[in-house]
Design a protein. Structure first.
Lengths: 209, 211
């Protein structure tokens, strides 16, 4: 893990000084927002145990296990990551303003890991996005929401309204990309989380508990 | 406040009594006989195969997470653990290495000098073969629950304790092999593995333990 820290820092620094901008909504046109709030459909049911097989690739290293998310009250999700044998690696509670670590194995107990997971989980589990801008092209409607110094672009399908992906950018440079595959727009069968500034890829495949 | 405390004490009393009613500590003589029986059976195990169903329990979930598959063991330390539902994932413990096959994606971890992995390895193999009554490594208590023999092992090693608070092994009444392994992280968080369709001492080649 210590070895990972240096590339993490080096790459973060590179990203900071880099001034190239990546427009995630190139070719889209602005539209007057039709709604003030976009409600994300996934992970929103209090009754459902959201259980996924997880594959994590971090700087070429593979980590697999089971990802579990459960909405425990209107504002909070409990998120647990275990090995296939059931040993708990990470157990956290995530809400809009709070991130509580219930337990984490020492191998993963690094500030950079925790901060990354906090950002990813919050984006993945967020219920509502305040819409500041609305954009569209032939296929998609995009809702843009400002979060401090960051921008969240929520891509939905025009034909069936499905949430397709969420891209978080800083100063219009892509940081986190969440893409979803869903049959019914109620839960996502497959979720792919990629990072542009660190070599981290997380894949979740739903399995019925 | 006082009312609440009284109610809690009452509930605690009821549950405390009911757990005593279901559970009985083995006598010293019973413990000795039980250990002898288990050791005799465990010494005779050359190979062992089981189907298993694994239940991951956490109090906040509405339902346990269920996975299932097949495990195979060959004396002294070859172990293949295969999940078949709802995903294909298998893990082999062999010559100080862990070989993983995740839906066709293969990887290996060298556990060579890792003391904690060696202990975990020994623990897993000991759990399925029943050969785990090491007083140096564990504080062990022996109880009878509804006529079944149960051994509860609490690791003494601080590093191991971080992963597993207690291992509870349930044994078959008749043949003294392990029928259930319960790995407790805390009271409201445990993994329960039920072993069934046991096949003892069938011929299994070493090459079967690959991934």
């Amino acid at each position: 893990m210590q070895k990972l820290k240096i590339p993490f820092l080096a790459i973060s620094f590179f990203v900071l000084i880099s001034c190239a901008s990546h427009k995630v909504v190139d070719g889209y046109t602005n539209k007057t927002p039709e709604t003030k709030v976009y409600n994300a459909p996934y992970f929103s049911n209090l009754e459902t145990d959201y259980v996924y097989k997880a594959n994590i690739t971090i700087y070429g290293n593979e980590l697999t296990g089971i990802f579990i998310a459960k909405k425990i009250d209107e504002a909070t999700h409990r998120v647990v990551f275990t090995t296939e044998f059931g040993n708990k690696l990470i157990d956290v509670e995530v809400s809009e303003n709070d991130f509580k670590v219930n337990s984490i194995v020492s191998e993963l107990d690094r500030k950079i890991v925790i901060n990354t997971l906090e950002a990813d989980f919050r984006l993945l589990l967020r219920k509502q996005y305040t819409v500041q801008e609305q954009l569209e092209n032939f296929e998609n409607t995009v809702y843009m929401s400002v979060e401090g110094k960051l921008f969240n672009y929520v891509f939905t399908s025009k034909s069936d309204g499905k949430l397709l992906k969420i891209v978080q950018t800083s100063d219009r440079k892509e940081k986190i990309n969440l893409s979803f595959t869903s049959e019914n727009n109620i839960f996502a069968q497959r979720i792919l989380i990629t990072h542009q500034n660190i070599k981290l890829k997380i894949e979740f495949n739903y399995f019925k508990p | 406040m006082l009312m609440k405390t009284r109610l809690l004490l009452l509930l605690w009393g009821i549950f405390g009594l009911s757990s005593i009613a279901q559970e009985q500590k083995m006598t010293a003589a019973e413990t000795i006989a039980f250990k002898q029986n288990v050791n005799a059976v465990s010494n005779k195990i050359k190979t062992l195969s089981n189907d298993f169903v694994q239940f991951k329990h956490m109090d906040f979930l509405s339902k346990d997470i269920e996975t299932s598959g097949k495990m195979s063991f060959k004396e002294p330390n070859l172990l293949l653990w295969q999940y078949k539902k709802p995903y294909n994932y298998s893990i082999v413990f062999k010559n100080g290495k862990i070989l993983i096959n995740d839906e066709g994606k293969k990887s290996a971890v060298d556990i060579g000098n890792s003391k904690i992995f060696a202990k975990l390895n020994k623990l897993i193999i000991g759990s399925v073969s029943g050969n785990l009554f090491d007083d140096k490594e564990f504080d062990i208590s022996y109880v009878k629950i509804k006529g079944q023999n149960v051994a509860r092992l609490n690791p003494k090693d601080a590093a191991l304790k971080k992963y597993i608070r207690q291992i509870e092994l349930t044994f078959d009444k008749e043949d003294f092999t392990v029928t259930q392994v319960k790995l407790l992280e805390s009271a409201d968080d445990y993994t329960r593995i039920v072993l069934k369709n046991k096949v003892l001492n069938a011929k299994i080649e070493d090459s079967f333990f690959s991934n």
